[in-house]
Design a binder for this molecule. Structure first.
Ligand SMILES: [Zn+2]
Length: 116
């Protein structure tokens, strides 16, 4: 991989990371507002709790993505970015372009998802 390509992926990853942290702070703000309104009528409380659970699962997957992106940035520093962490082959550029935070080639990813 060329230095230019690495720089491009790094920029892409950094943009994704900052968008994620922006999105999560906005959601926390909304959550705070809805929790401090103090309206505890039964139905509304249930709706709040439901949206709270949805938020929690979104937050969970965002946290995972943040970890993946940070990990990818670390690998850029270490010079191992773009290499599959499973088998060590170079991950195809098309795959990295679609999702710069991937750390496995397609074969290893499929094995990982199959739980092997
Ligand atoms: Zn692999």
């Amino acid at each position: 991989m060329t230095t230019e390509e690495l720089a491009r992926y790094r920029r892409e990853l950094e943009i994704q990371l900052s968008e994620l942290s922006e999105a999560s702070s906005t959601r926390e703000q909304i959550l705070d507002d809805s929790l401090t309104t103090g309206d505890t009528a039964g139905a509304e409380l249930a709706a709040d709790l439901e949206s709270f659970e949805v938020d929690a699962s979104i937050a969970e997957s965002e946290r995972n993505l943040v970890l993946k992106i940070s990990h990818a940035l670390e690998r850029i520093e270490r010079g191992t970015y773009g290499l599959c962490e499973g088998c060590g082959i170079a991950i195809p550029t098309a795959r990295l372009d679609a999702k710069p935070s991937v750390s496995l080639c397609l074969t290893c990813q499929e094995e990982h998802e199959a739980g092997r």
